[in-house]
Design a protein around this ligand. Structure first.
Ligand SMILES: [Zn+2]
Length: 97
């Protein structure tokens, strides 16, 4: 019984949480997305993590999930890309030694 209530609460919670399909960030709709001008913005009807825009992000930045909050697909900000550069730069330095 308790488990069923928990499962139901999780379902409701997931429904209430709204992630923008345009950028993958929580809290607004795709129509009111402020990231529409960005390179990796998704204008399609699918969720961001299933969009061609996200596929492009992964193609260009295979390790992007390591710097994104909660490892969740979203449009990378310049801060994330900077972090990623530091991260990948660090790995290269290590490999060279
Ligand atoms: Zn958005």
């Amino acid at each position: 019984m308790f488990q069923r209530i928990v499962a139901m609460m999780i379902r409701v919670h997931k429904k209430m949480k709204q992630f923008c399909k345009g950028c993958g960030i929580e809290g607004h709709k795709q129509e009111s997305c402020s990231k529409a001008f960005l390179k990796f913005h998704n204008s399609g009807p699918m969720d961001y993590d299933k969009s061609p825009a996200w596929a492009d992000v992964l193609k260009e930045h295979p390790r992007i999930l390591e710097v994104l909050p909660h490892g969740r697909p979203r449009i990378p900000s310049s801060i994330h890309l900077k972090e990623l550069a530091l991260l990948t730069g660090h790995v290269v330095t290590k490999r060279d030694k």
